[in-house]
Design a protein around this ligand. Structure first.
Ligand SMILES: Nc1ncnc2c1ncn2[C@@H]1O[C@H](COP(=O)(O)OP(=O)(O)OP(=O)(O)O)[C@@H](O)[C@H]1O
Ligand SMILES: [Cu+]
Length: 640
């Protein structure tokens, strides 16, 4: 049976209670009857449950000529335990409690760290549960059930109504609706027909389809999400490396000081071997680095849970640390700065015809602009027509065949080949300067009209951006929309710079160019096409209302969909990071002051530290670090 850190901690803690009672009673000269035997039995159990893994790890390190934190933990517990057994046999004072306290406190640190990691791995398990085990694959002219791992690219797979789609692919037969909410966050089922893409692990609706697998194994959308979560799970705050580096120097130094202490007392000052050893053990115990180990995880835990209560989910320590160094914050426009629910405001040209052509095409599109247009046709009770050869042109619009004529709805890029009258251009320009997105509607070889669509900034955007600028950050808006519209919105909310007309697959390249000269960049976004930018940025911040892929790609998620969350994230991260540094100071100052006292340097002035008081002092150092972390719960967090 394998116990978790948490179980090991509680078992050890309970077993240590008699020793705590004895320690508290010491000033009153009360001795627990049979204390030595109770201590021997409970400590032996604590060693088995809590300390043995550290002994093994220290032994492995020793064989590789290394010393780490575990070496001190192992030596501290091991010497205190085995010496106490020896002391019991020879009738001397025992120090079992030192061994117990070291083990319990070190485990407390480990437990807290494990807790953080578990949260991440549960999410991972849930994601993997989404995968199907088998697929109905066409092999030698017959459909057969094969395990998921044997599905190859190019395989034709049959999916019955209500079944899960095995891998990513393109529909070759039939039409249906698909529930893609687990991947895109879109709760409405999506209509699919021959030629459309399907995503593995999404749920087929009422139609029966066949599709050709295009992505299998770890290339699928789901596998990539899982990969991202895995990364978060194994992450550490980089400052933890500092802890490791400190202990890399610290541990060997402590061991050398302990040996010198023993030699000086025994050889030069004429102490008994036992007394000399007690000084050495006191040195190792007071130097025990459990407080150092607690400094980072406890602050992270308090900081991240405080953040969560304020609607800011910080997925890993790295993000929390890195956001403190961020100099530039980039934002996606639609759904991030703006509400993300665009509405049609103006129609230029013959209203019914323009809306009918546009609506008929957009009925098959998932773009927010498309939804706005379709909604408008419903309000105006305009009958939509059947289209064929529907195609979405990424970052530009849609094209299709309507009544045997080519038709399109989209940006100027799509309309480029058409004759645009000066009057139309002027009208488009005027609408754009009012922060309205203009789409051109074409049928045959003429432009039938323009549709202006407006998406207003969220109420809180301007305040939040002002706060970010007050913190000395440069703000940048990255959008696929037209320059003029982007500028108008940027001005409204106070954004410094605008990069407009960016193709969805180019957003991450823009982030890279902002990162030039080693500047740290955070990106805030919500769409599927924001996922690469979210991962490229030093800190990716996803809107909670966004697609699941965006949420998985971001290392920070804002549940409340509001840019004020970015200010909160910054404020909490800064407070937490400063607290970690303060904790490291507290953890080390005890050792620095305590080691010479434990080594007996101040015996001349009557100042000594026996191993048990060394353990108590060490406990205090841990308690002060944990307290300092807990105080984070009450520090003031700036809120826009
Ligand atoms: N389905 C569509 N119907 C009409 N126009 C479209 C459609 N899809 C894209 N476009 C045009 O292409 C432009 C860029 O679209 P894209 O999806 O890249 O960005 P966006 O949604 O405007 O903004 P953001 O990048 O801030 O999310 C749009 O502004 C619009 O002019
Ligand atoms: Cu310790």
């Amino acid at each position: 049976m394998k116990l978790s850190s948490i179980q090991r901690f509680w078992i050890s803690f309970i077993l240590t209670i008699p020793m705590i009672i004895q320690m508290l009673a010491m000033p009153f000269h009360w001795m627990m009857p049979g204390y030595n035997w109770i201590a021997l039995i409970t400590t032996t159990l604590v060693m088995l449950v809590a300390a043995v893994p550290y002994w093994t790890s220290a032994w492995v390190a020793f064989k590789n000529h290394h010393a780490n934190m575990n070496t001190l933990v192992a030596l501290g517990t091991g010497i205190a335990y085995f010496y106490s057994i020896f002391a019991m046999i020879t009738g001397r004072a025992v120090y079992f409690e030192s061994a117990d306290f070291i083990a319990v406190f070190v485990l407390l640190g480990d437990t807290m760290e494990e807790r953080m990691h578990n949260n991440a791995s549960n999410a991972l398990k849930k994601l993997l549960d989404l995968q199907v085990k088998e697929a109905d694959v066409l092999r030698d002219g017959k459909f057969v059930q094969v395990p998921l791992s044997q599905v190859k690219k190019g395989d034709i797979i049959r999916v019955k109504p209500g079944q899960k789609i095995a891998v990513d692919g393109v529909i070759t037969k039939g039409s249906t609706t698909v529930d893609e909410s687990m991947v895109t966050g879109e709760s409405m089922p999506v209509r699919k027909k021959v030629g459309d893409n399907v995503i593995g692990s999404t749920i087929n609706g009422d139609g029966a389809i066949e599709f050709r697998a295009t992505k299998v194994g770890d290339e699928t959308v789901l596998a990539q999400i899982v990969e991202m979560v895995k990364k978060a799970q194994t992450s550490h705050a980089p400052i933890q490396n500092l802890t490791d580096r400190i202990s890399g120097i610290f541990v060997p130094t402590v061991l050398i000081i302990a040996i010198i202490t023993f030699v000086v007392w025994y050889v030069f000052l004429g102490a008994t071997a036992v007394n000399a050893m007690l000084f050495a053990v006191a040195v190792i115990v007071i130097a025990c680095p459990c407080a150092l180990g607690l400094a980072t995880p406890t602050a992270l835990m308090v900081g991240t849970s405080r953040a969560a209560k304020m609607g800011v989910l910080i997925k890993d320590g790295q993000a929390l640390e890195e956001i403190n160094a961020v100099k530039i914050i980039a934002f996606d426009k639609t759904g991030t700065i703006t509400v993300g629910k665009p509405t049609v405001t103006d129609v230029v040209g013959e209203q019914t015809k323009t809306l009918q052509v546009a609506g008929s095409l957009e009925a098959s599109s998932e773009h927010p602009l498309a939804k706005a247009i379709v909604e408008k046709t419903q309000q105006e009770r305009i009958k939509l027509l059947q289209v064929t050869d529907f195609k979405a042109v990424e970052g530009q619009g849609v094209t299709a065949n309507l009544d045997g004529q080519p038709a399109f709805v989209g940006s100027l890029k799509l309309a480029e080949n058409e004759q645009l009258t000066e009057k139309l251009k002027e009208q488009a320009g005027k609408l754009q300067s009012e922060a309205k997105t203009v789409v051109y509607v074409g049928l045959g070889d003429e432009i039938v009209g323009l549709i202006a669509i407006q998406d207003t900034p969220k109420e809180s955007s301007a305040t939040a951006i002002a706060q970010l600028k007050a913190r000395g950050l440069r703000t940048v808006m990255i959008t696929g929309d037209n320059e003029q519209v982007a500028q108008a919105i940027a001005k409204e909310v106070g954004i410094d710079d605008v990069v407009a007309g960016v193709m969805p697959n180019q957003k991450s390249a823009v982030i890279e160019s902002l990162q030039k000269n080693g500047k740290k960049v955070a990106f805030v976004g919500d769409g599927i096409n924001d996922a690469p930018a979210l991962t490229t940025a030093d800190v990716g911040i996803a809107m909670g209302s966004g697609t699941d892929i965006a949420i998985e790609s971001g290392s920070i998620v804002l549940v409340k969909n509001d840019l004020r969350g970015v200010v909160r994230a910054l404020s909490i991260s800064q407070k937490t990071f400063n607290r970690i540094k303060l904790n490291l100071f507290w953890a080390l100052i005890y050792n620095v002051i305590g080691i010479p006292i434990a080594a007996g340097v101040f015996v001349g002035v009557g100042l000594t530290l026996s191993p048990e008081f060394a353990a108590l002092a060490m406990a205090f150092s841990s308690v002060s670090v944990v307290t300092s972390s807990l105080l984070l719960n009450w520090t003031k967090i700036e809120d826009a």
